[in-house]
Design a protein around this ligand. Structure first.
Ligand code: GLC
Ligand code: CA
Length: 594
C-alpha cells in the first residue's frame, strides 16, 4: 500500500500557472487523418464532406481544435505527404468548396482548424519537379531541389552516403533529356518525395504564398511536417547512420525491462546519429524560416499558430523551435516515447516544463499519431510503452485489455498536465492498433522500401468505427474501406459508447470538461513524490495542478488518496474501504483537494 501524506501536498510548484491566452497555450487538439475519418461518397476513402458530417462528434467530445493531415493534391505515394499542388484539394477528398464548408462548420461549432504543411519535400509530380527533370543540370529549375552530380566514374555513385528514413538510399539518379544517365536528387523520404532546396529564395517565397493562401481562407494555423529537416549542413557531408523518424535511443522496442533502466548512455545501437541526428536534421538555419513565417502569421488577426513536427531528441534543442519569434508549438516526442515507468515519466515532464518554460512556451503532450503504434496497443506489449515500427500478425501481440487499461490511465495523466495536448482520432474510442493486416493490403512506403523488415504505419490508420451494425462500422454506407477493419471493433464504435459512463468516449468527455473547469491547461505543477510513502511508492507518480491532485499508479500496490480528496474522474474502478479511496494498479485519478 502506498499513501500520500497531507504535508507533501504543500510542496512548491516546479511550474507556475501561465497566461490563459492565446488559445494554443492550453488547447486540446484532435488530429483527423482524413482518409480514415469518415467517407461521405462511399469510395472507401474518407473525405472532407465526411469530416463535416462528423464534426458534432468532436464538439460533443469537447476538443478545442482539429488538425487535418494532408488533403492536398497528391499521387498518394505517402498518404498525401507527397504534395503535387499545395493550393488544391485532391479530388479523393473533395474540392476547395468542400474545404470551405468544413471550415465554416468547424468554426460555427467553436473548433479551430489547423492544416498540414509539407515544406521539406514535394511530390515528384509537382510541376516544379517535372520542370526540373526536363531542364538541364545547373538550371534555375534544378536549383529548387537538391540535385547534385554523382561521384565516381561517370557519376554513377550517389553524391553522399545518406539513407532514406523509409529505408534504402536517400538519392535517386535521373535520366537527362537526351537519354543519358544524369544527376542525382536527394529525398530523405520516398524517391517520390524530392527535397526542396531551402537555400533558394524562390522556395521561401513560394511557401510564404502557400501560407497566405490558407490563412486567407481562414485556417487557424499549420502543423509543419519534418520541421527539423529543411536545411542541410553545408557540403552535405557523409553520414551513413540508419535513419528513423523515432531515434532508436528513445525507446528500444522489445528491450527487456531490466535493460530499460539507465540506458541514457549511448551504446553501439544508439550512437549519436542514429535516428534523428546528423547533417540533415535540426540545422540552425531552419530557425530563419520559422522567424519569417512567424511574421507572415502576425499579419493576420486571431492568434494563428504553427506547430512543428521536429523529431529532435534533445528537449533543449526542441525548445528552440518555439522561441517567441518562431513557432507557437512543437510536438513533444520525448513524451510520446517515454517509458511506462514512474521515474522516467516524472523526468520527462520536468525536463519538458523546464525546457519549454525557459523560452516562455507551454509544453505540448502527445501519446499517439498517424506515424506510431496506437498507445492502447503500445501499452499492452510485453514491455509496455516500447515502440516497434508497426506490429504484424507473427509479432508478439499486445494484451488488448491491459493495453486499454493503461492507455486510459496514461491519457488521464497527460490531460492533467499544464500545456496543450494532442489526441489522435480513435483514441477517444479506446481503439487499438490493427495488428494483423495482411501484407497485400499494406500501403506504407516504409514497408516496401525496407522489404517488409519494418511493418510500417498502416495499423494505426484504419478507418474509424462509428456504428456497430452499419457497413464498415459506419465509416460509409457502402462497406468499402481502403484498409480492412478488424473483426471485433463493434465494441469500439462511437455510437455504442455515447452515454455509457464506463466507455472510453465518456471518460475522454469528462476529462475534457473537467480540464476546462479546473483550468488545468494553464495550471501549475507540483510533484508530490516525496509524499508517496510505502515500499511500492516508486511505481506511482503524483502531482498537484491548482486544486486538483493527479495520481497515476502504474503497476504498484494500491495508492490511497489523502482524506478529504474528492474524486473528480478516474480511468478505472477505485477501491473504497473504510472511507479511504484506493487507486489500483494501471489506474489514474483526478481528485479535488479540500
Ligand atoms: C512526417 C509525417 C509522416 C510522413 C513524413 C514524410 O513525419 O508525419 O507521415 O511520412 O513526414 O512527409
Ligand atoms: Ca470518399
Amino acid at each position: 500500500m502506498t499513501s500520500i501524506s497531507q504535508s507533501a501536498l504543500a510542496t512548491a510548484p516546479i511550474y507556475e500557472a501561465g497566461p490563459k491566452d492565446p488559445w494554443w497555450r492550453h488547447a486540446v487538439i484532435y488530429q483527423i487523418y482524413p482518409r480514415s475519418f469518415a467517407d461521405a461518397n462511399g469510395d472507401g476513402i474518407g473525405d472532407l464532406p465526411g469530416i463535416t458530417s462528423r464534426l458534432d462528434h468532436l464538439q460533443k467530445l469537447g476538443v478545442d481544435a482539429i488538425w487535418l493531415s494532408p488533403f492536398f493534391q497528391s499521387p498518394q505515394k505517402d498518404a498525401g505527404y507527397d504534395v503535387s499542388d499545395y493550393r488544391a484539394v485532391d479530388p479523393l477528398f473533395g474540392d476547395l468548396d468542400d474545404f470551405d464548408a468544413m471550415l465554416k462548420r468547424a468554426h460555427e461549432l467553436g473548433l479551430r482548424v489547423i492544416v498540414d504543411l509539407v515544406p521539406n519535400h514535394s511530390s515528384d509530380q509537382h510541376e516544379w519537379f517535372q520542370a526540373a527533370l526536363a531542364a538541364a543540370p545547373g538550371s534555375p529549375e534544378r536549383e529548387r531541389y537538391m540535385f547534385r552530380d554523382g561521384k565516381g566514374a561517370n557519376g554513377s555513385q550517389p553524391p553522399n552516403d545518406w539513407k532514406s528514413v523509409f529505408g534504402g538510399r536517400a538519392w535517386t539518379r535521373v535520366t537527362e533529356a537526351d537519354g543519358s544517365p544524369g544527376q542525382w536528387y536527394l529525398h530523405l523520404f520516398d524517391s517520390s518525395q524530392p527535397d526542396f532546396n531551402w537555400e533558394n529564395p524562390e522556395v521561401r517565397a513560394y511557401f510564404e504564398d502557400v501560407l497566405r493562401f490558407w490563412l486567407d481562407r481562414g485556417v487557424d494555423g499549420f502543423r509543419v511536417d519534418v520541421a527539423h529537416g529543411m536545411i542541410k549542413a553545408d557540403g552535405l557531408p557523409d553520414w551513413d547512420a540508419e535513419q528513423a523518424m523515432i531515434a532508436k535511443g528513445d525507446t528500444p522496442a522489445g528491450t527487456p525491462l531490466e535493460e530499460l533502466e539507465g540506458d541514457d548512455e549511448p551504446d553501439e545501437d544508439t550512437a549519436p546519429g542514429d535516428g534523428n541526428e546528423g547533417p540533415m536534421w535540426d540545422q540552425d538555419g531552419v530557425h530563419d524560416i520559422y522567424r519569417a513565417w512567424n511574421r507572415v502569421l502576425a499579419d493576420y488577426p486571431d492568434d494563428r499558430a504553427l506547430a512543428g513536427e521536429a523529431w529532435v531528441h534533445d528537449l533543449e534543442r526542441m525548445a528552440r523551435y518555439v522561441r517567441s519569434d518562431e513557432m507557437q508549438q512543437t510536438f513533444n516526442f520525448s513524451y510520446l516515447t517515454s517509458k511506462w515507468d514512474a521515474q522516467h515519466l516524472r523526468e520527462v515532464v520536468t525536463e519538458s516544463l523546464d525546457a519549454f518554460g525557459s523560452v516562455g512556451a507551454p509544453s505540448t503532450w502527445v501519446l499517439s499519431n498517424h506515424d506510431v503504434v496506437r498507445h492502447a496497443s503500445r501499452l499492452g506489449l510485453p514491455v509496455p510503452g516500447s515502440l516497434p515500427k508497426g506490429i504484424a500478425a507473427d509479432d508478439a501481440q499486445p494484451d488488448e485489455r491491459l493495453g486499454l487499461q493503461r492507455a486510459r490511465a496514461a491519457t488521464l495523466f497527460m490531460l492533467g498536465l499544464p500545456g496543450s495536448s494532442y489526441l489522435y482520432q480513435g483514441e477517444e474510442l479506446g481503439l487499438p492498433e490493427h495488428t494483423s493486416l495482411p501484407d497485400d493490403v499494406r500501403q506504407d512506403p516504409g514497408f516496401f522500401r525496407t522489404k517488409g523488415a519494418e511493418t510500417g504505419r498502416d495499423g494505426c490508420r484504419v478507418p474509424i468505427p462509428w456504428d456497430p451494425d452499419a457497413p464498415a462500422y459506419g465509416f460509409n454506407e457502402t462497406g468499402e474501406s481502403w484498409l480492412p477493419q478488424p473483426a471485433g471493433w463493434r465494441k469500439y464504435a462511437a455510437s455504442a459508447q455515447y452515454g455509457d459512463p464506463h466507455s472510453t468516449f465518456e471518460l475522454y468527455r469528462s476529462m475534457l470538461r473537467l480540464r476546462k473547469e479546473h483550468e488545468l491547461g494553464t495550471g501549475s505543477l507540483a510533484w508530490v513524490e516525496a509524499g508517496l510513502e510505502g515500499a511500492d511508492a516508486q511505481n506511482s507518480v503524483a502531482f498537484v495542478n491548482g486544486d486538483v491532485l493527479v495520481v497515476l499508479n502504474l503497476e504498484g500496490t494500491p495508492v490511497s488518496l489523502p482524506k478529504g480528496a474528492e474524486v473528480l474522474v478516474s480511468s478505472g474502478e477505485l477501491e473504497i474501504k473504510d472511507d479511504v479511496t484506493n487507486v489500483p494498479a494501471r489506474t489514474a485519478v483526478w481528485a479535488k483537494l479540500g
